[in-house]
Design a protein around this ligand. Structure first.
Ligand code: GTP
Ligand code: MG
Length: 201
């Protein structure tokens, strides 16, 4: 994918603030600190488009990124961050759910998990939701640069088992730092966007 334009188009906390449903959207869900914002930056070759942080809980709003005026990447608030109040957690949960349950132009929800750790119960709930709504079920296993290549297979297997994924090819190791598998992930996204476009016409 040649990136001509990547721009923060809108920041929203409720559906009144979302941009129009005129472009397809691919959304990224996952635990706080898993690397969602870093993933978006690396995919569009920008260091600081999506704000990242070493501290969990950086992205607290829904951020819509317009890519090439063709589609959007949607950065969702991370879940599972222990250091926030219950009220705050409920608020983020609501923000995520309202988006996922109401968006007609949403063509894929991609789950990001850390390649080093077994997915959590919340990841499993998220992934089951993704399957229920008939999305492809792509999982990006982030921070792949933090383990040796020899460990990929075993860690991918743990992720596969925990999330009950049938097709191992749906899980892609990824490193925002080293851009590992960037082309492969783009190819997957392009396939989805092309398929949706064909179905629409
Ligand atoms: P929230 O906004 O809190 O939900 O977090 P997030 O999922 O957007 O995570 P973010 O992209 O802010 O990354 C969190 C931390 O992990 C930052 O310190 C990043 O530099 C680091 N990080 C993200 N991806 C990678 C990666 O592929 N490799 C390495 N080594 N570090 C990464
Ligand atoms: Mg973030």
């Amino acid at each position: 994918m040649k990136i001509i334009k990547a721009e923060l188009e809108r920041i929203a906390v409720n559906k009144k603030q979302y941009p129009e449903e005129d472009l397809f959207e691919i959304a990224f869900a996952g635990r706080s600190n898993v690397g969602k914002s870093s993933f978006i930056n690396s995919m569009v070759n920008r260091n600081n488009l999506a704000r990242t942080s070493g501290k969990p809980g950086k992205t607290r709003t829904i951020n819509f990124y317009n890519i090439n005026e063709q589609f959007r990447f949607v950065d969702l608030p991370g879940y599972g961050y222990a250091q926030v109040s219950k009220t705050e957690k409920d608020k983020w949960g609501y923000i995520i759910e309202e988006y996922l349950n109401n968006r007609k132009n949403l063509v894929e929800v991609v789950l990001l998990v850390d390649i080093r750790h077994e997915p959590t119960e919340q990841d499993l709930i998220m992934y089951n939701w993704i399957k229920t709504f008939d999305f492809t079920g792509i999982v990006i296993a982030t921070k792949a640069d933090k383990i040796s290549k020899g460990k990929y297979q075993a860690n991918i297997k743990d992720i596969k088992n925990k999330l009950k994924i049938k097709d191992t090819n749906l899980i892609m190791p990824y490193s925002s730092l080293k851009k590992t598998n960037k082309d492969m992930v783009w190819q997957r996204f392009e396939e989805i966007l092309i398929k949706e476009k064909e179905q629409q016409s």
